[in-house]
Structures are given as C-alpha cells and as structure tokens.
Design a protein around this ligand. Structure first.
Ligand code: GAL
Length: 401
C-alpha cells in the first residue's frame, strides 16, 4: 500500500513538473525583438522608444504584444549567483523598463541561453536555471527566448525541459521560445516543453542568399528559410508552433513586394510574427504590411493549422490554409523574376489536406474571394480567377463561405 502511495505521489509530482504553462500561446506570438536590426546596439532609451512606437504606430492594436530584449542584456552574477543587468545599457535597471512596457499595455520578453555564455558572450543560464527563472519573473518577464550557443555536449530536450521546469517553479507564466535552430529536431519533442521552437538557423534580410559569416555559421534569406519548413506542419498547433524565425519585413535588400510576400507566407505558415525592423524609420509601406489585420487574422486563426504548398510549374506556387468556420486562405506566390499571369479554375481540383482531413471543394460550394492586400471582395470561385502577379509577390485571398 505504502509502495503504491509513493509511486502515485512520484508520478503526480513528476507529472506536475513536466508541464509547461499552457494556454499562453494558443495563437502564434506577436511582438518586436531587438536582434534583427540592433544586435547588441541598444539601451533602455531605445527600447522605450520602440514600446512607444508599437503603440503610436498601431502595431500594438494589430496584435504585436511582446517587446523582446534579445542577447546582450545580462551583466555578471552577484555574490549569491543571481543574474544582474548590464548597467551600461540599463542605467535605471530593467525593472523600470519592464514597468514602463507594461504601463503601455505591452509585455516584456527576455533572452537567455542554455550554455554558460550567450552567443554574444554575455552571462547565460547553465547551472543557474532556477535562479535565473526567478530573476526573469522578478523583472516581470512574460516571454523567454532560450538560445543554444556554447552548449557542446549538452542534451537539448533535457536542457530545455530544465528551463521549462524552472519557469514553472518561478510561478510567473512566460511564453517559452526554444531557439536551438532546429539542430535536434525540436518539433519531435518540443510540444510539451516550449510554446515555439526555431526550425532553422538565423534569418537574414535578403530574398534568397546564404550569409556564411566567415565560415562560422550561416544565416539564410527568406526563400532559404521557407524551403526548410517542408514536412513540419503536422507538428504545429495551438500552444506549440514551428518558428521559421523573426520577420525581416522592411529590412536589408527586401523590396516592398518581397516584404509583402515574406509576411504573407509567414501568415500562411501560422508562424510567430516577431517584427525586427527599426520602428523609428519604417516606411508607410512597411507599416501597412506589418499591420494588415486581415492577413494577421490568417496567421492568428484559432484552428492554428499551418498552411501547405502545392508546387506549380513556372515558379508559381499555391498555398492553402484551412480556417476556423470553413473558410480557407489561399496564396498565389510568384517566385519567379518575371510577372506571371494566373488562370485558376477553382472547380477543377478538390484540394485535400491530409494532415487535418479537410477539403476545399469548389464544385460543392461557391466561396466569395476576398483579396487581403486590396482589402476587397473581387469575385467568387464560380469563375476562373485571372490575375497578374509581380515578381516575388503574392495574391493573398480569403475564401469566405
Ligand atoms: C542566435 C539566435 C538569434 C539571436 C542571436 C543573439 O543564436 O538564433 O535569433 O538571438 O543568437 O546572439
């Protein structure tokens, strides 16, 4: 009897520890992060400005909630081993900034790493996971991105589960973003540990390049990252998302068309939408892309189904995403370098989603077509769709029942 009781207690205890805090990311997280534009060049003033701009630009209203301070914010440990904040960047301390961010109706994201040092060489959490989680909680963090530099010889599921348990023990609900670049196939083991996991190395702000950083590591353009999402859609869903990395909308060499296509494809993928541009200098076109609420509604759809691609000849792809209530999102994507004219007979093929067993059948039902970038109804599926799409651009539709 005693043995039975002990086993029961042990199972219950382990089971309690083995839970991430659920219901925090039932739709893909949205926010803004320091890294893509600023890397280590930020301080408390800049982050305050970004928080203000998220509010005044309308991005907060569009859903961008998390202000995420990426690598380079930690200072040395104090005499008791607690993590401190880099005093040069945060002369008033991070707690003040956190309160400010919360007062603006936003949430705070912080960053650490499973090794002793972050990628930027700053103090990281190895061996101090529970202590660090307490510090994140005291600072008022609502989100933790946990990186994978300097982790040679460490077991990834174990390291991430340790931080998950530490966050849970700290008793402040935080979205847990696992950033091990897809090295250990986190889609196979991450759902019970984190709310999102990176599927690739870093994105960089070009359409189709690979940046080799002097042979040390690679970062990838938008098309390179897109290709690496193949085969992963079945693993994503409410509370556990594939993360193809942050947005480069409005950054680097991406044209407006390319930024629009990048954003649209991330919405079709039900990807986290974490902007990474300088909000002080963004163009009207960039803001319009980032705040297109109808496109965002596709990303944030409550079913949380990651879209899928049907490759078509001549660089034209068609992407499909089943939506709540029987609507569908459909994206025609011109990958080519010349404008492409599509003639699409909706009634010719029945589209089957083998993962969710849903079906788009335009013979059985006629849908209204809403163009999500022109923000108007254009036709129905009873007629053949004829449209010309610019190079590296999209036609993004919602098929309404
Ligand atoms: C990388 C990570 C980036 C960024 C960077 C900071 O490992 O993938 O998103 O966080 O570290 O140094």
């Amino acid at each position: 009897m005693i043995k039975l009781l002990l086993t029961f207690t042990l199972v219950v205890t382990l089971d309690c520890q083995a839970q991430k805090v659920d219901s925090l990311a039932l739709t893909p997280p949205m926010g803004w992060n320091t890294f893509n534009t600023f890397a280590g060049n930020f301080n408390e003033k800049l982050i305050r400005e970004m928080a203000d701009l998220l509010v005044s630009s309308g991005m907060k209203d569009a859903g961008y909630a998390y202000v995420i301070v990426d690598d380079n914010w930690t200072g040395p440990r104090d005499s008791l081993g607690f993590l401190t904040v880099d005093a040069n960047r945060f002369p008033s301390g991070l707690k003040d900034l956190s309160e400010y961010i919360h007062s603006r109706g936003l949430k705070l994201g912080l960053y650490s790493d499973a090794g002793y040092k972050t990628c930027g060489g700053y103090t990281a959490s190895r061996g101090h996971e529970f202590q660090d989680a307490l510090v994140f909680a005291r600072l008022g963090a609502d989100y933790l991105k946990y990186d994978w530099c300097n982790t040679e010889g460490i077991n990834a599921p174990g390291a991430y589960a340790t931080m998950r348990d530490a966050l849970r023990a700290a008793k402040r609900p935080m979205v847990f973003s696992m950033c091990e670049w897809g090295n250990n196939k986190p889609w196979l083991w991450g759902a019970g540990i984190g709310h999102l996991w990176r599927t690739t190395g870093d994105i960089t702000a070009c359409w189709n390049c690979i940046d080799d950083h002097g042979g040390k590591y690679n970062s990838y353009g938008v098309m390179q990252i897109l290709e690496k999402q193949e085969g992963l859609r079945a693993y994503a869903g409410p509370g556990h998302w594939n993360d193809p990395d942050m947005l480069e909308v409005g950054n680097g060499t991406l044209t407006v068309n390319e930024s629009r296509a990048h954003f649209t494809l991330w919405c079709m993928l039900a990807a986290p939408l974490i902007a990474g541009n300088d909000l002080r200098t963004m163009s009207k076109a960039t803001l319009e892309i980032l705040t297109n609420k109808e496109a965002i509604a596709i990303d944030q759809d409550s079913l949380g189904i990651q879209g899928f691609r049907q490759t078509q000849p001549d660089s034209l792809e068609i992407w499909y995403k089943p939506l709540q209530g029987g609507d569908w999102a459909v994206c025609f994507f011109n990958r080519g370098s010349k404008a492409a004219t599509i003639r699409h007979d909706w009634r010719k093929d029945v589209i089957r989603d083998d993962v969710t067993m849903s079906e788009l059948n335009c013979v059985r039902r006629t849908y209204v077509l809403r163009d999500l970038w022109k923000k108007k109804r254009i036709d129905t599926t009873a007629n053949t769709l004829v449209s010309t799409i610019a190079p590296h651009d999209v036609l993004m539709l919602r098929l309404e029942k």
